[in-house]
Ligand binder design. Structure first.
Ligand SMILES: [Fe+2]
Length: 244
């Protein structure tokens, strides 16, 4: 269940400052990968191949949805709280807010291009679309690096583990709420990408430490297959590009 955020910057009773923020590195790794690969997938669509454009278009929509959701979740959970507890980080927080606004403006320019490109698979529309996504990729890459360098250490020091974990809970709840729009394999995609973001030799141990046993079982029985089906659909004739 998603817990409600307290309205002030005060630490909730019974919680203490200090949290493990390392999960954000995995999430950032996924976004870097998604936005690195998306322009290539768009350019690979043959002129007029609207069936293939529809497939790539579905994943493009998911990538845009995920980025909006990720930044909105951070906006809710991080900025006010960080500046209330550590006023010294206000300048960096302002920088993060500005970068989120920049990313949102680029998404607003990109998203309306999706439907016309999917409907036509027109190479010129595709090229303009891919180029704008590359601009977003570069802006995003700078932002993610700044967040890791300037924000994660402060968040790790001043937020409680419950406050930090709320972002993951909120993400899962939001995806689940939008399952109809996003597709019934959306939870499997989220889980599969997260696992793919962990280096292979650490994956077993990471799953045992971070995924509850019932979900691990559900993943093994059902979600892994859904994730692999989606990846085969996206990369039918070449290996899935490595994330790490
Ligand atoms: Fe961010």
């Amino acid at each position: 269940m998603v817990t409600k955020l307290p309205s002030s910057g005060a630490m909730p009773a019974g919680q203490e400052a200090g949290c493990d923020t390392s999960g954000l590195i995995l999430v950032h790794r996924i976004f870097r990968w998604l936005y690195r690969e998306l322009p290539l997938l768009i350019r690979d669509v043959k002129p007029g191949d609207t069936a293939r454009a529809a497939i790539v278009g579905r994943y493009a929509h998911l990538d845009f949805f995920a980025l909006h959701m990720h930044h909105e979740t951070e906006d809710m959970a991080l900025w006010d709280r960080l500046t209330a507890r550590d006023p010294g980080c206000a300048l960096h927080v302002d920088q993060m807010r500005a970068q989120h606004a920049e990313v949102a403006a680029l998404l607003a320019r990109i998203e309306p291009q999706l439907d016309p490109w999917v409907a036509s698979a027109d190479p010129e529309l595709g090229e303009a679309f891919a180029r704008d996504i590359e601009t977003l990729r570069d802006t995003l890459s700078t932002h993610l690096g700044h967040e890791e360098e300037l924000i994660m250490p402060v968040a790790g020091a001043v937020l409680s583990q419950q406050e930090w974990d709320w972002m993951e809970e909120h993400t899962r709840a939001t995806l689940s709420k939008h399952r109809k729009e996003l597709g019934k394999d959306i939870m499997a995609l989220q889980a599969g990408l997260l696992i793919a973001a962990v280096p292979e030799d650490e994956r077993e141990a990471w799953m045992r430490a971070n995924i509850p046993a019932p979900i691990r079982l559900l993943y093994a029985l059902l979600m892994k297959r859904q994730y692999e089906r989606a990846m085969r659909e996206l990369y039918p004739d070449r290996p899935i590009p490595a994330m790490v």
